[in-house]
Design a protein around this ligand. Structure first.
Ligand SMILES: NC(=O)c1ccc[n+]([C@@H]2O[C@H](COP(=O)([O-])OP(=O)(O)OC[C@H]3O[C@@H](n4cnc5c(N)ncnc54)[C@H](OP(=O)(O)O)[C@@H]3O)[C@@H](O)[C@H]2O)c1
Length: 284
């Protein structure tokens, strides 16, 4: 299927990340080992999970039973919202490592900035992730759902620039302001919900381009992300779609197709998820 062609991008800390991975948001915990195992069989080597998804143990099980050498895998997880205070973050990170069964994680992120919680202090949380990197248990560290102002604050108050910012990006919400702020600071963008959870797949513009290049709407949309330089990890629970979503390296979109897809942006109305400036959910 040509998975060997998945490009590696270089992070600002010198480590590399496969530009295409597999996301496990909304994969039920009891199905996660099986579905992640199928993703490995389909050729994916980069997995995006989170404490919030409740399925890190399943990912760990799939890693162990895959027999794939650890250094061929790239595993990301994220700090859950209830654990931003340094001591809570340390305990939560210990739990993540134990649930995944790993000594080192490739990338660990602050899942949401929660600017209206913890007196707006996500800086001490970031400093705690810096500890995890310094003690060697997190190879790379980054953030998720950080707005430009949040990135500026980390830059002003700490010495470590996040390796990635994982934010909502898809044709209906191109999120250019947060993308540009990230890229200008040397932070790679990871585009979450890259096909808007399926919501862009019957868009007439995307369908037309797909027909023209002889590909599916999902493939065209994912290819649009890749050519813009972002990292993607589409989620699917079926092996057919896992394969479809990975067959992206034997065709190209021309500039005009890229432009037409980018022009589908609906601004704030295009979001499928919450606005990070307001989101304050803490699991009970
Ligand atoms: N940091 C954050 O706050 C955040 C938020 C959201 C997501 N994420 C990450 O981003 C990953 C991807 O986002 P997502 O899971 O929200 O949405 P997504 O990848 O944009 O879309 C997944 C949905 O599309 C369907 N689908 C997948 N491939 C398809 C295809 N080729 N044709 C038709 N339908 C297809 C899937 O259905 P089936 O499963 O039935 O195939 C599923 O319902 C997540 O898994 C997670 O790792 C992060």
């Amino acid at each position: 299927m040509g998975m060997t062609q998945i490009p590696n991008l270089t992070l600002n800390d010198g480590h590399t990340i496969p530009q295409l991975g597999f996301g496990v948001f909304q994969v039920p915990p009891e199905d996660t080992a099986r579905i992640t195992g199928q993703a490995f069989e389909a050729g994916y080597r980069h997995i995006d999970t989170a404490e919030m998804y409740g399925n890190e143990k399943g990912v760990g099980e799939a890693i162990r039973s895959s027999g794939i050498p650890r250094d061929e895998l790239f595993i990301t997880s994220k700090l859950n919202n209830g654990f931003h205070e340094p001591d809570a973050a340390r305990k939560a990170f210990d739990q993540t490592m134990s649930d995944l069964g790993l000594d080192q994680i490739d990338l660990f992120l602050i899942h949401w900035p929660l600017p209206t919680k913890y007196d707006g202090d996500f800086v001490s949380t970031w400093k705690t992730l810096i500890e995890f990197q310094q003690d060697g248990r997190a190879r790379s560290i980054g953030v998720s759902n950080f707005q430009p102002a949040h990135l500026e604050r980390l830059a002003a108050e700490t010495d470590v620039v996040p390796a990635v910012n994982q934010i909502e990006v898809h044709p209906y919400f191109t999120n250019e302001t947060a993308r540009a702020a990230s890229r200008d600071a040397g932070i790679l963008v990871e585009a979450w919900s890259p096909i808007a959870q399926g919501g862009v797949l019957d868009d007439p513009t995307i369908v037309k381009i797909a027909e023209h290049v002889g590909r599916t709407p999902a493939q065209v949309t994912l290819r649009w992300h890749l050519q813009r330089g972002d990292i993607v990890f589409p989620k699917s629970s079926t092996p057919e779609r896992m394969a479809e979503n990975a067959a992206l390296f034997d065709f190209e979109l021309d500039d005009q197709a890229i432009e037409s897809i980018s022009s589908l942006d609906r601004g704030e109305d295009g979001r499928t998820g919450p606005n990070p400036d307001e989101f304050d959910y803490i699991p009970s």
